[in-house]
Ligand binder design. Structure first.
Ligand code: AMP
Ligand code: MG
Length: 339
């Protein structure tokens, strides 16, 4: 009897493995190319990808600061409190990161991003007196949370969730995929990645791109983890001798300087996203602080100096002291997924 159960189990396992496929789709969404991969039975994998893309579209619309129908736009431009519970929850999470980072991450930075022209085609250095006057409307102290809503203390305060919403979108897309019945997948939104489950019995591998050129500065083996990067190459302009990028230090009103890229790894993709942006403002000192908050980090300065947490290096299969090493010999179990 026991052997029959064993045989039946083995047959079912093999059938399941063979029926697993890796489905993949790339679309233009959230101002970038988004690739969703799902590993599982073909029908479930296709359905999971559809569910993920639908969820990403919804989030893109809901969290946009530019779409006049979005709750964020209405909060910014009309005298109304923020009531959408999903947006309120993300603003709350953002404020917690602000508090943990001494205000380096701050979603109320919008008026400064606007002043520097990063929403338009022609960013430029504004005068210091204008920066000073705009700074008065920046700071999470201008937001009050009450009865599940957010109210502004300063009518000129505005929020921009661009530093955290993409991470949140990754988390939501993964959840939609799991609900659709796949237990392995990867979502890549312009280089910001969340990977869950295993691919062909192995952890997913995510490359970390160099901020200068096309080479890789690391290859991470991840499972149920987000890998999110903020870089000075994403949006910037050069004026005189200086390069100014789209991440503003809310404490000075000027674009953050000295860092070329920050890669943050965390279980919660929204947290990884927010901390990558904060890390860009704080520079190498952020690495230890982030690790204390469950975020592993790599900071590359504009002189290409490397600062990484030990947890980050352990995930990096190319790092000499990594536990796994470049051999990858641990991975043996196979499923029907290609690759
Ligand atoms: P990311 O690419 O995730 O680092 O996000 C950058 C975007 O976040 C910018 O384009 C701005 O919309 C917004 N942002 C800029 N500076 C900050 C900051 N210090 N804190 C929070 N969001 C910011
Ligand atoms: Mg970010």
């Amino acid at each position: 009897m026991r052997s029959v159960v064993w045989t039946l189990g083995l047959v079912l396992l093999l059938a399941n493995c063979r029926s697993n496929v890796l489905e993949r789709r790339t679309v233009l969404l959230m101002d970038t190319y988004v690739t969703v991969q799902a590993c599982g039975p073909r029908a479930a994998a296709k359905q999971a990808i559809q569910a993920a893309l639908k969820r990403l579209e919804e989030i893109d619309q809901r969290f946009s600061a530019h779409d006049s129908l979005s709750p964020v736009y209405r909060f910014n431009c009309e005298e109304r409190p923020l009531e959408d519970s999903e947006v309120v929850a993300l603003v709350q999470a953002a404020v917690e990161v602000s508090e943990a980072t001494g205000g380096a991450f701050d979603v109320t930075v919008e008026p400064l991003v606007r002043l520097w022209g990063f929403y338009g085609e022609h960013p430029a250095v504004p005068g210091q007196s204008v920066i000073d006057s705009v700074m008065k409307h920046v700071g999470s102290r201008n937001l009050v949370f009450e009865n599940g809503r957010v109210r502004k203390l300063d009518p000129n305060a505005r929020i921009d969730l661009g530093g955290i919403a993409k991470g949140y979108a990754l988390a939501q897309a993964a959840q939609a995929m799991r609900h659709a019945g796949v237990d392995s997948g990867l979502i890549d939104a312009g280089g910001d990645v969340y990977a869950f489950g295993r691919r062909a019995g192995r952890a997913w591998r995510v490359g970390v791109r160099s901020p200068r050129g096309d080479s890789m500065v690391g290859v991470l083996e991840v499972r149920n983890l987000a890998v999110v990067t903020s870089g000075d190459y994403e949006r910037f302009f050069v004026s005189g001798e200086s390069r100014y990028c789209h991440i503003i230090d809310p404490r000075t009103g000027w674009p953050a300087q000295g860092v070329a890229s920050v890669t943050a790894v965390a279980r919660d993709p929204a947290l990884a996203d927010a901390w990558a942006t904060a890390g860009f403002v704080l520079g190498p000192d952020v690495v230890e602080l982030a690790a204390r908050h469950g975020v592993e980090m790599l900071v590359l300065t504009d002189r290409m100096e490397r600062f990484a947490s030990s947890g980050f290096d352990r995930l990096d299969v190319r790092h000499p002291e990594s536990d796994t090493g470049p051999r990858g010999a641990r991975r043996t179990r196979k499923t029907g997924c290609p690759g």
